[in-house]
Design a protein around this ligand. Sequence first.
Ligand SMILES: Cc1cc2nc3c(=O)[nH]c(=O)nc-3n(C[C@H](O)[C@H](O)[C@H](O)COP(=O)(O)OP(=O)(O)OC[C@H]3O[C@@H](n4cnc5c(N)ncnc54)[C@H](O)[C@@H]3O)c2cc1C
Length: 539
Amino acid sequence: MTTDVDTFDVIVVGSGGGLVGAYVAASRGLRTLVIEKTDRVGGTTAYSGAGLWFPGSAPLKRAGVEDDIENARTYLRGLVGDSSREALQDAYLHAGAQLIDELEQNSWFQEFVYGPVPDYYPSADGASPAGRSIFPPPVSVADLGDKADLVRKSLPDERWGHDEGPVLSGGRALIGRALVAFLETGNGVLRTETALESLVVEDGKVVGVNAVSHGEKVTFRATGGVILAAGGFEHNRELREKYGKVPLTGEWSNGVSSNTGDALEAGIIVGADTDLLDEAWFVPGLVQPDGLALFHTGTRGGIWVNSAGERFLNETQPYDQTGHAIHNAEVTTGVSHLPTRWILDQKQIDRDSFGGDPSEPVRPDWFESGALQKADSLQELAELLGLPFENLQKTVDEFNDAARAGVDEKFHRGETPWDQMFTHMVGFAWLPSQNYLAPIPQDFPNPLLAPIDTPPYYAATIVLSDIGTKGGLKTDERARVLRPDGEPIAGLYAAGNTMAAMSGRVYPGAGTPIGSSLAFSYLAVLDIESAGDVAEPRN
Ligand SMILES: Cc1cc2nc3c(=O)[nH]c(=O)nc-3n(C[C@H](O)[C@H](O)[C@H](O)COP(=O)(O)OP(=O)(O)OC[C@H]3O[C@@H](n4cnc5c(N)ncnc54)[C@H](O)[C@@H]3O)c2cc1C
């Protein structure tokens, strides 16, 4: 039996970045329901560092970062080209700064802070070496009270029980803050363990959702609109094999496991157009002792080689570009790049350790599981890995020549502000153990090019991971979902990884995925409010 439970102005499907849009709706007096498939809120957003790439936003100005939206527009336009519509890009640029102004009026969102992460394409016109990323401040469990238990744990905590203690940082802080702010409005209702199954359409307009809530079929109605913010389809094997150029199963994804493309499929059924379905926020994944891959953000030493024992990329460039380099090489070269092998020597292990706390020796489970292999000579290592030894030796010799000269003429490693960031530190707030790497000693002309010449030698495994898919429902600049003829589907909106990405096939800077989830759920709320099919605002 289906129960018609309640009617709202706005329904938000998914509690990742969409929760911020839900807060905006509720704070503007719209009665807002958030349905979340799992028993915790936050999705992949909670796993993240919560960087938000919001050019021209107030926190950047407060920090004295010289920039403006026009400059960022040049950058975005040049990079993204026509892989997304210009109007979508402009809408994002304006919405980001505007949203932060609105959020910061609420004490739960005070104050976002600037984080110096250089733009990912430093030589593109309009790039900012200082970056355009802002972050939410941490928040204590004590401040969030019993709501803290509702927030999804961090990835290391979920996978390995690394308890993060009494303070939520990064994405957990953003979600914890948004959750309490949303509920405090008095207009927000949250239903966890409630999964969208299909959309309710009447007279051509989406007017609600059919869902399964705690095992029971329910229907919720929305007079204003339904915002699909239910992440991507990274864990839907069938869809990934259907749309991807590399047949990934989702097992290497770092997106939350509940992101199985439900909202995408529901949108397609009611006539939505789609775009970029072969894309993802591809990143390298370092295979861990448990056999799963962990999003690998930065590399300081060693080289990566394919099955021919050859380098094929600048290993220290931004992770999205290394991810895409693996993807593209796999698709186009006829040489297997899955897995890619990361070759290191003893001095790099002595300097940075491996796979955990840099101040601790390598944990034994890395060797016991085979996730890190060790050999006395390069020849022995090549045999262990099944790589052609002559090629590997030639690759290492060439790299060592480049290291001694201090210039990587082939792949330009260590030349950009992003690469150089790793000279002095590495890591992001979401993985505290990576935050405090010692600076690389200046023993070599270019510290990011250390020769591989000190046995024993080591190899780890890199696979093609992602932090969400980025193809999805086509939207316009008001986040309205479009049909193939370009007309919007009344009452239906999409944001974040449920929509075809505003950034097309590129990752312009730290915080574009979550930025898109926030910005487009916000734009959806503005559109719903302006359309006026909502009850009288309650505050
Ligand atoms: C370790 C890590 C660090 C990262 N750091 C950053 C960063 O600093 N900045 C950045 O921009 N990006 C970062 N990313 C990427 C980013 O986190 C994701 O791409 C982004 O959070 C996706 O946001 P979303 O709102 O689209 O989806 P999500 O945050 O994944 O939220 C989707 C939610 O929808 C729910 N859902 C799914 N299906 C249904 C259904 N049928 N019914 C109801 N609910 C449903 C899911 O359970 C989930 O809670 C990082 C990712 C990782 C893994």
